[in-house]
Design a protein around this ligand. Structure first.
Ligand code: TMP
Length: 220
């Protein structure tokens, strides 16, 4: 009997603006690859050509006038394509997939902040992911005043804030609480990390969680 590739693992990174998700994603990719495993690094909204096109529409603010439920539908449409085109094929090949934002961003930004009915959003999530829950979600927790200042430093001179960065501080504080509530409700999937730590320390903390919760297969 021929043996297929070991099934990959699906890790998602979540957190508010400027929490350091993309820097951490790069560190984790290097660490996992050093074990001889293949990594697909991706992000949401985006990760496939159709989903990237939807990303541009949403982040430009074009969808905002239609309200949070339509925004949730658009994020979900992008997610369906991303899962079909990139995430599932990568996991089936045996890759480890690291995704910068996933379902918890919709739960927090559109659900908690947009005040969409929880049951309705849960139904939308179920049809969107069709059973593809992350094996592990790392929640990068950070005081939003620090996160927004980091995001501002990252912008090019004259570049405007995007659809969500431009919201008031109260929005970002609610967002932080929404993420913490998700982590508390699903402790076996989620781990909260202190994102105020220097990037190398954060990466080490994240790596410890991965080693503990997702033991890598023996590699030659
Ligand atoms: P970022 O990935 O560069 O942070 O930009 C994505 C923005 O979109 C960020 O402000 C969070 C927001 N977002 C949602 O509101 N809902 C979602 O489902 C996702 C994936 C992102």
């Amino acid at each position: 009997m021929t043996q297929g590739p070991a099934p990959g693992r699906f890790i998602t990174l979540e957190g508010g603006e400027g929490a350091g998700k993309s820097t951490l994603a790069g560190h984790l990719k290097d660490r996992i690859e050093a074990l001889g495993l293949r990594v697909t690094l991706t992000r949401e909204p985006g990760g496939s050509p159709k989903a990237e096109a939807i990303r541009t529409m949403i982040l430009s603010g074009q969808v905002k006038p239609h309200g949070p439920f339509v925004e949730a539908l658009m994020f979900s449409a992008a997610r369906i394509d991303h899962i079909d085109r990139l995430i599932r094929p990568a996991l089936e090949r045996g890759d480890w997939v690291i995704c910068d934002r996933f379902i918890d961003s919709t739960r927090a930004y559109q659900g908690a902040l947009g005040r969409i009915d929880e049951d309705l959003l849960a139904e939308l999530e179920a049809v969107t992911i069709d059973g593809l829950m992350p094996d592990l979600t790392l929640m990068l927790d950070l005081d939003p005043t620090i996160g927004l200042a980091r995001a501002a430093r990252r912008r090019a001179p004259g570049e405007e804030t995007d659809r969500f960065e431009g919201e008031a501080l109260a929005f970002h504080s609610t967002l932080r609480q929404a993420y913490l509530a998700i982590a508390q409700a699903e402790p076996s999937r989620c781990a909260v990390l202190d994102a105020a730590q220097p990037p190398a320390v954060l990466a080490q903390a994240a790596w410890s969680v991965i080693r503990e919760r997702l033991p890598a297969p023996q590699v030659a």
